[in-house]
Design a protein around this ligand. Structure first.
Ligand code: HEC
Length: 107
């Protein structure tokens, strides 16, 4: 097999993996946004510009820019008047909303 062919093949493989990864990441992002607006009710208490929410009961997420780990803790266990949502949201929904908020808060 020629070297050029091998190079071409590996480039194709990398491109395929990269675009799959991109698609999966986007899927988690949109699922998280849905949880933020609906099942999780986050938009009722938090401002986040990507979600178009302007509530002021909890901190503005674009200002505190929380890391994934911080969001997971807050959503699972609750904090202050924010209710714990472990058992109310599924693990998948919690993962998705944490992924979404960590990215959207940076924008
Ligand atoms: C009933 C209102 C309410 C809802 C619903 C709510 N939050 Fe909160 N959230 C708060 C309040 C109030 C705080 C500040 C608590 C404190 O520091 O005492 C907070 C804090 C946070 C923090 C910061 C945690 C930290 O360690 O500083 C994050 C991140 C967060 N909320 C994300 C979310 C997400 C994601 C959702 C949806 C799944 C959500 N919140 C739903 C009211 C709410």
């Amino acid at each position: 097999m020629g070297k050029l062919f091998l190079n071409l093949l590996s480039t194709l493989l990398i491109l395929t993996f990269a675009s799959n990864f991109q698609a999966n990441a986007d899927e988690l992002f949109s699922k998280g946004k849905e949880v933020f607006l609906e099942a999780g009710n986050c938009a009722a208490c938090h401002s986040l510009s990507d979600a178009g929410s302007i509530a002021e009961i909890g901190p503005n997420l674009n200002q505190i820019r929380p890391q994934v780990q911080t969001i997971l803790m807050a959503v699972k266990n609750g904090i202050g008047v924010m209710p714990a949502m472990e058992g109310i949201l599924s693990d998948e929904e919690i993962e998705a909303v944490a992924h979404y908020v960590s990215i959207a808060a940076e924008q």
